[in-house]
Ligand binder design. Sequence first.
Ligand SMILES: Nc1ncnc2c1ncn2[C@@H]1O[C@H](COP(=O)(O)OP(=O)(O)OP(=O)(O)O)[C@@H](O)[C@H]1O
Length: 749
Amino acid sequence: MGDENIKVVVRCRPLNSREIARGANRLISMVGNQTFITRPDVNDPGNANKRDGIEDVKSFTFDKSYWSFDKNDPNYATQAMLYNDLGEEFLDYAFEGYNTCIFAYGQTSAGKSYSMMGYGEDKGIMPLTCCELFNRINNNKDLELTYQVQVSYIEIYNERVRDLLNPKNKGNLKVREHPALGPYVEDLSKLIVNSFIDIEKLMDESNKVRTVAATNMNETSGRSHAVFTLLVTQKRHDTQTNMDTEKVSRISFVDLAGSERANLTGATGTRLKEGVNINKSLTTFGKVIASLAEFSVDKKKGKKEVFVPYRDSVCYFHLIYYNLGGNSKTAMIAAISPADYVETLSTLRYADATRRIKNKAVVNEDPNTRLIRELKEELPMLRSKLGTYDSSEPYDPSVPPSQQIVVLQDKNGNTIKKTKEELIDQTQASEKLMEEVNESWAEKARKTEEIQKEREKTLEELGIMVEKNIVGIHPPKKVPYLVNLNEDPLLSECLIYQIKPGKTRVGRIESDIPLNIRLNGDNILDEHCWFENIDGVVTLHPHENSTTMINGMRINKAKELKSGYHIILGDFHVFRFNNPQEVSERAKSKQLSINVPLTLNENGEDSAEVSPTSTDSLDTWIDWNFARREAALNSLNSRTDTTDTTDTRHITDTTDTTDTTDTTVGIDESLQRLRDDLKKIQSGRRTRPDSRNSDFDDSSNETYEKVHQRKFFYDPMVNFFNLVQFFKNCYVTHIYLKLGMDQKENRGT
Ligand SMILES: Nc1ncnc2c1ncn2[C@@H]1O[C@H](COP(=O)(O)OP(=O)(O)OP(=O)(O)O)[C@@H](O)[C@H]1O
């Protein structure tokens, strides 16, 4: 097959509530395969680039333009449409033996994860492909044809590669290169999967691993790249010759970090490094696209190759080597916001340039046989060279291997010089490859099981509940538990920590003290706190000097917990406490909607038992953001000492003395941001049918969502008060967070 352009589709998501709140205009329209972007009106506060009076519309033509702006629009492009157009075609290629890659590119919140992974019932192209892959395999009637599927899943953050399937594979996996293989990740776990359920389970557990790592570093998925790869091996037995032949195809799904340039102004420490690395990888991506696009055009004119800077960034080296300008059928999903001119235009331009790149995909017939042949030639040569040194260099046994030069020839006959140290490294890497490629399927299956056990053991050692052979999050029905909350909806509510009868001790991951829950990250003490469960009543005991907060209040003495309380440990660990027994008793006494004492006064004591302004309904909705803002707010209140002590969420009118010029924007932004996050969490939760079951009445036929929608939307008084309260909270918290963050940055943390 000849050169083929990379397929590029663009998908426009609906306006999010933040954009609606700022009165943003729709700047995108689509007709057929064309996407049009209009320069925004000068009154659009989020888009300041208007040249007055000039009607400026730019048009781009793509392989497909997906209009997902309005779910009620008859032309709304659904997940199924995207899969039917793109997923099916690429799965067909994979069955033919080609490598395929679908990657999502776009700014944060443009809809990359929605298209790739999907939220809740709206499954994205990745799970839909996996599901159909196994449908086809299970429907195979050809007795001479067998399939094996392996999976790997990595996250690239700060130029470091993390194995999400095997938490034992700690830290940074090395990206290496072999002439016969191209770049590859050394020691990466490739696990055998036999069904779609196996894949779902792996995704579920890897998400836990990702959450643990992300919480420790306070990252979000928007700042890392995730690469999910399926290796499909088709083995055909020829009865006439009694020979087996293999085709191996690699199906990759890449969810890239948000493409907006990381704003480095004022950033220090980890954030600065992270920003530099995101920029580095994005710059490399841009350079690669530009040079490959240029290369494709030049080739037509008969010009020579241009330099493609694959190696400028570790991650892009790995990600794009195969998939851009290489042996792969590749598609880009460019996710765009309908209302962000600068970022959307930039994405459309990248997408346009990507369309011009040509790939040359070939069917991968017996790649392992080829690799084994090359390794068999290479290894004896490397081993023999290890005993020698370049005669032009004076030999001195005291010279360390890093300074000894060895001369060898590559497979094209070119003379190359390496240090002995490099040669040892290369020999070891090639030996590992040889071992891997010779591994039998039985051995691979044994390793898969071993890693599976390791993964579950590692999670259990951290105190995280793992339910074997069950997909999804299933909180305990009786035992009280903590559920993690995270800024990133993808990483929220996926870790459950049970608080069993007796003591549950919490401390630092490396602590020598026997602990039930181990956490990492800043400000977690060796022995941080402990929970005591006596007959279903749970009390939290903080250790001296530990940062332990309940509902935003730092506590220094034991405190009884009620279902729904938010707990913050150290700097990054935010949980919600759930007590199924208490909730079901509460439900029985028909006081579910407003009677929960969720607030603490300045002494950390419960406030009024029943309050018409109880934030219960909000509390069960509001997660990480709420808990963090609540903590910030309380901290502010305790500093200014203007708090209404009966309800820590009350703010006195001192806020009104503040300059109000940008108040509305601040509040609106906070509120809208929160609503967006909530929407994500809400829809994400639908994949976790049992999640937070205990928050509502099990005996009722109503679903969890319905109960909360009813509580939130049909209780106007509560709602009104909540919103007023919340409106104020957001503003004060906004100011506080800004101050706090400035201070933190100044300290270089
Ligand atoms: N095509 C769509 N139809 C409906 N809603 C969408 C669509 N695309 C995205 N959304 C919604 O927009 C929000 C942001 O999408 P998403 O999380 O996929 O963004 P992202 O680009 O992956 O962000 P990040 O880079 O932070 O991971 C989500 O609430 C999602 O449900």
